[in-house]
Design a protein around this ligand. Structure first.
Ligand code: SAM
Length: 244
């Protein structure tokens, strides 16, 4: 079942540390994406007040129902189901939906997220402008949250062993971010990185923004390549360009 990322986390110490990182308490409502056989769900249900466990595999979802009093199983695709109200997200994610689910989670309010990703993906999440790993994902994540890699996890912690390495990431929402229109900001980030090596002026032109629209931008900003634009500058640009 590699197609839907069914590598179950069986290392009890790692499971426990994930819950520790999430600083869980009985006041928390936790969203878990891809509950699988319930290894992590069980730990979460012991430490949080409420757990919403989303699972796309009907057989696995059925196996979870009724097992834990404070767990509500949501049968379906985490990219499509209506998400409940939660304040934390704790998941060993199905890696094939990493980008889409991250963007979905970032577009909604939360207090803290502790998520297992493929190692290379985690490095992109935390990458700084101007580095090889910096891209659309880093720009968008950097706008909404402070992301940190907490630890790398060995392939042997999972059954069956995945072919890729893993990393646990914590996301804390930024309270100091500019307020942006999410869709516009996503479009700008995608556009900038389809022209990552161009300077900002030509990149914006290639994205269909007219010269008049960006004429008033500071020459200093226009001199940067798209891949050097940090999330603060991108947020500012997004509001500037889409509000005129
Ligand atoms: N949480 C379990 C654990 O740690 O052992 C399972 C993690 S496993 C890496 C990912 C789980 O996500 C699998 O059970 C898979 O069926 C489920 N899954 C895959 N795609 C999904 C989707 N789009 N929505 C919800 N669950 C999904």
């Amino acid at each position: 079942m590699r197609r839907i990322g069914q590598n179950f986390l069986v290392d009890r110490d790692v499971l426990s540390r994930i819950a520790d990182y999430a600083e869980l308490n009985p006041g928390d409502s936790v969203l878990e994406i891809g509950a699988g056989t319930g290894n992590l769900t069980e730990v979460l249900s012991r430490r949080a007040g409420r757990v919403y466990a989303v699972e796309v595999d009907g057989g696995l979802a059925a196996g979870l129902k009724g097992r834990f009093a404070n767990v509500k199983v949501i049968d379906g695709d985490a990219l499509k189901v209506e998400l409940p109200d939660y304040n934390k997200v704790v998941s060993n994610l199905p890696y094939q939906i990493s980008s889409k689910i991250t963007y979905r989670l970032l577009s909604k309010p939360f207090d803290l997220a502790v998520l297992m990703y493929q190692k290379e993906f985690a490095k992109k999440l935390i990458a700084a402008p101007g580095t090889e790993d910096y891209g659309r994902l880093s720009m968008v994540t950097g706008h909404y949250a402070r992301a940190e890699i907490l630890e790398y996890v060995s392939r042997t912690a999972f059954r069956p062993n995945p072919r890729v390495g893993s990393a646990i990431v914590r996301l804390r929402p930024r309270s100091d971010r500019l307020s942006v229109n999410h869709e516009s900001f996503m479009r700008l980030a995608a556009g900038l990185f389809s022209h990552r090596r161009k300077k900002l002026g030509p990149a914006l032109e290639a994205m269909g923004v007219s010269r008049e629209e960006f004429a008033e931008l500071d020459g200093f900003i226009l001199d940067h390549r798209a891949e050097e634009i940090d999330s603060e500058m991108a947020a500012w640009l997004s509001e500037k360009l889409y509000s005129i």
